[in-house]
Design a protein around this ligand. Structure first.
Ligand code: ZN
Ligand code: ZN
Ligand code: ZN
Length: 113
């Protein structure tokens, strides 16, 4: 065995390295176009720039965002997050709910008469 031999070779080019992890990084960066975004303030790393932004906002700036688990919707307000889920994903329309309550109320009043 020879020490320092560059036995990890990229199968898509001439790149060679002695470290398997370096080859993986090379393939990710050069051939798969995966970019790793690293937080300046801690060890957090991500392949998506938006994730790094979210991380920085929530962890280092103290801005808490509520992210919808079913789509890309994001808000800093808990109340609008809830409203978003009700309206968009549960199909609840607030005007209908109010009208239904009023109708029920009227019915109830008629019954007592
Ligand atoms: Zn390569
Ligand atoms: Zn960080
Ligand atoms: Zn959503």
């Amino acid at each position: 065995m020879h020490l320092g031999i560059k036995n990890h070779k990229c199968n898509q080019g001439d790149y060679r390295t002695s470290q398997k992890s370096a080859l993986k990084k090379h393939i990710d960066n050069i051939h798969l176009g995966i970019k790793n975004y690293k937080c300046d303030l801690c060890d957090y790393k991500t392949a998506q720039k938006s994730n790094l932004q979210n991380h920085s906002d929530s962890v280092h700036l103290g801005i808490k965002t509520h992210k919808c688990s079913q789509c890309d919707f994001e808000t800093v307000l808990e109340s609008s997050h809830k409203e978003h889920i009700d309206v968009i994903h549960l199909g609840i329309k607030f005007t209908n709910v109010i009208n239904a309550n009023i109708n029920q109320h009227r019915k109830a009043n008629f019954n007592t008469i």
